[in-house]
Design a protein around this ligand. Structure first.
Ligand code: AKG
Length: 336
C-alpha cells in the first residue's frame, strides 16, 4: 500500500498518520514514532548452522546489522557513563539483607537483551556472563592497539576458560578510505591459547623476584622490545600480517571474537571523519572460575580503585574464593 507523502517534510507515511492526528504540532513526535516503529520492525539476524560451525572453527564472526538503530543511538549517548562497581565491595558481604544490583548502564541494558543473548548463545553454545563494557575512540593519526589477545580484559578467569568480546563500531569503517577498523587472525590460522598459558605462567611464577629476573632476560632475548610483551617476535608479527583479515562495517554491524584471537587496530587515516568510536561488550563462559592470583599479578601496578575504574571484573568479586565459579558470587550478574 502506498501512502501520500507528507506535505511538511520529506518523511514517509508515518508522518501522514501523525500529522493527520490531533498532535500535529511537533516533528519531534514524528521522529519518536519513527524510532518506535523502527524498533518494532527490527529483527536480529539468526545465525545459520554453517555460520555457527564457522564461528567455532575460526573463533570470530562479523554479524551484519546486529544492533538496532535505537541501540546504536543509546550506546552513542550512554557510552561515556562510567562502569559501575560498588564503592566498598569489601564491606558489603558483611551486611545482612543487603540488596545489591549493579546500576544499569547502557552496556548492562543492551548486553541483557534477550534476543541478543539468544544469538550469542546459539554461536558460543552456552550461557554467558556479561562482565564489562569498554569504549575505544580513535583520532586520525593515532595508532590504537597493536597486536594482542584478551590478556588484561580476561585476566580474572583461568587462562584456558573462554571469554568473548563483541566489538560494535559506532562510526562506519571503510577499509579503502579512512579505515580505523580492526584487523584479526582467525584461530584456525593461529590460536593464542598457548601464548595465553605462557603469559599466565610467566606472571604467576614471576611473583618470585629472582625467578622473574631470569625469565625477563630470556623473554626480552626471545621477543625483543623493552619488556618482551606481548610475547611476539619478528617471525610472529610477519606471520600475523600474512594471515590478517579485515572488513568494512556499516553502523549496526558487529564483530564477535573469542579471547584467543590475535587482533589489532588499524589506524584512522586523515579524512572527513574526525573520530572513530567503538564500544565493546565483554562476556565470559557461565562456567568460568575466578583467577584472583592472575588478576592481581596482571594488575599489580594498579591500586584497587584503578582496578575497579578499569572494569577489571574479578576485582569486586570479594565474596568467593580463588578458583570458585564466578556465578557463585553475589556480585556477579546472572549468566543469560
Ligand atoms: O577498537 C579498537 O580499535 C580496539 C579494540 C580492542 O582491541 C579490543 O576490543 O580488544
Amino acid at each position: 500500500m502506498t501512502m501520500p507523502d507528507c506535505d511538511r517534510c520529506a518523511c514517509n507515511a508515518l508522518t501522514v498518520f501523525i500529522t493527520s492526528s490531533e498532535s500535529t504540532s511537533d516533528l519531534q513526535c514524528v521522529a519518536r514514532m519513527r524510532q518506535l516503529l523502527g524498533a518494532m520492525s527490527f529483527h536480529r539476524p539468526v545465525p545459520t548452522p554453517e555460520e555457527v560451525a564457522r564461528f567455532r572453527r575460526r573463533g570470530l564472526i562479523k554479524i551484519d546489522q546486529l544492533m538496532s538503530p535505537s541501540e546504536i543511538e543509546a550506546l552513542r549517548n550512554g557510552c561515556m557513563d562510567s562502569i559501575w562497581t560498588p564503592d566498598d565491595p569489601k564491606g558489603l558481604p558483611g551486611f545482612a539483607n543487603i540488596a545489591f544490583t549493579p546500576r544499569q548502564t547502557v552496556f548492562d541494558r543492551i548486553a541483557g537483551d534477550e534476543s541478543l543473548r539468544s544469538l550469542l548463545r546459539a554461536l558460543v553454545g552456552e550461557r554467558l556472563i556479561f562482565t564489562t563494557g569498554n569504549r575505544f575512540s580513535l583520532e586520525p593519526g593515532a595508532t590504537g592497539s597493536p597486536w594482542h589477545f584478551g590478556r588484561l580484559t580476561f585476566c580474572s578467569i583461568q587462562p584456558l576458560e573462554l571469554g568473548y568480546s563483541l566489538w560494535i563500531p559506532l562510526d562506519p569503517i571503510d577499509t579503502r578510505r579512512q579505515h580505523g577498523g580492526m584487523v584479526w587472525v582467525p584461530t584456525d590460522a593461529w590460536d593464542a591459547r598457548g601464548r595465553f598459558q605462557l603469559w599466565a605462567g610467566h606472571i604467576r611464577r614471576g611473583s618470585d623476584s629472582a625467578v622473574r629476573e631470569q625469565l625477563e632476560v630470556a623473554l626480552r632475548a626471545q621477543f625483543g622490545g623493552k619488556s618482551g610483551f606481548p610475547m611476539l617476535g619478528p617471525y610472529d608479527r610477519e606471520f600475523l600480517e600474512l594471515h590478517a583479515e579485515t572488513a568494512d562495517f556499516a553502523v549496526g554491524d558487529a564483530f564477535l571474537f573469542n579471547k584467543f584471537v590475535w587482533h589489532r587496530t588499524e589506524p584512522l587515516r586523515v579524512g572527513e571523519m574526525q573520530q572513530r568510536v567503538a564500544v565493546v561488550l565483554r562476556f565470559v563462559s557461565e562456567d568460568a572460575t575466578l583467577a584472583r592470583d592472575l588478576m592481581l599479578a596482571a594488575t599489580s601496578t594498579m591500586d584497587e580503585p584503578t582496578r575497579r575504574a578499569q572494569g577489571i571484573f574479578g576485582s569486586f568479586l570479594h565474596d568467593i574464593d580463588d578458583g570458585a565459579l564466578l556465578r557463585s558470587s553475589s556480585f556477579c550478574p546472572a549468566p543469560l
